[in-house]
Design a protein around this ligand. Structure first.
Ligand code: ATP
Ligand code: MG
Length: 219
């Protein structure tokens, strides 16, 4: 549990999740007092003495909340599926940081033919759990290569035939002569809550969850 029983600790990652969570926090009466892009602090105070924000890597948010390093957090569905979601209560889809998880290949790679022939396909991705499940469901044989970033490079260098990655506008794919050949699932970010904290800090967390629920953008 985070150190102070009266304190709510919220784990966020810098960038789009932080930026898109700010309006939801505002609706809950919480304003972050420092800009993570210019501050070097990892713990940011808010206008409320009982709420603070901790900045962690996007993939670390579920881990912080699972073990009580934070009471609550915001994490992408992509990250939650890879983490597994153990020990997490997921009360809300916040409908922010929206994109989709897709399969992409080089424009000159005939994905449909490779799948039809039943050939083994080499797939590079950060999302090995989702990718393994997706290709197993399709009955496609894949060799998965785990990467931690810049997936687009893999088909261009011959490391892999395909990638599984997040796509929003598709401009990064286009810039690298890749084409999206399958959409696996839509992705957005969810509010996640530590299950023990939900009992111990019930009133404070409930009002945060309710304020977020009222402020979620519909579509
Ligand atoms: P880093 O960029 O520091 O390696 P990251 O890629 O995990 O970490 P972000 O790029 O900020 O961090 O992504 C955080 C979350 O935002 C992702 O887990 C995903 O849910 C969502 N996201 C990622 N890319 C996009 C995108 N292009 N459009 C919308 N949402 C996205
Ligand atoms: Mg990124």
């Amino acid at each position: 549990m985070s150190q102070n029983a009266a304190m709510i600790t919220l784990a966020l990652s810098k960038g789009r999740i932080f930026d898109e969570t700010l309006p939801l926090l505002k609706a809950a009466g919480v304003e972050v007092m420092e800009d993570p892009e210019t501050s070097r602090k990892l713990i940011l105070p808010t206008n409320r003495p009982d709420v603070r924000v901790v900045l962690v890597r996007a993939t670390d948010v579920p881990t912080y909340v699972q073990y009580g390093g934070a009471d609550v957090g915001v994490a992408g569905k992509d990250v939650l599926l890879e983490h597994g979601g153990q020990g997490l209560y997921q009360p809300l889809d916040l409908n922010i940081a929206r994109c989709r998880m897709s399969v992409a290949v080089r424009a000159d790679f005939d994905y449909a033919a490779a799948v039809k022939q039943g050939s083994r396909i080499r797939v590079a991705t950060k999302y090995t759990t989702v990718a393994r499940q997706h290709f197993a469901d399709k009955g496609v044989h894949v060799d998965l290569i785990k990467l931690y970033g810049s997936m687009e490079l893999a088909p261009l260098t011959g490391l892999a035939d395909a990638i599984v990655d997040l796509v929003s506008t598709g401009s990064t794919l286009r810039a690298n002569h890749l084409v999206e050949v399958e959409q696996i699932m839509p992705i957005s970010s969810r509010l996640i809550v530590n299950q023990a904290a939900l009992k111990l800090k019930r009133a404070a967390l409930r009002s945060l969850i309710d304020a977020f629920a009222g402020a979620i953008a519909k579509e």
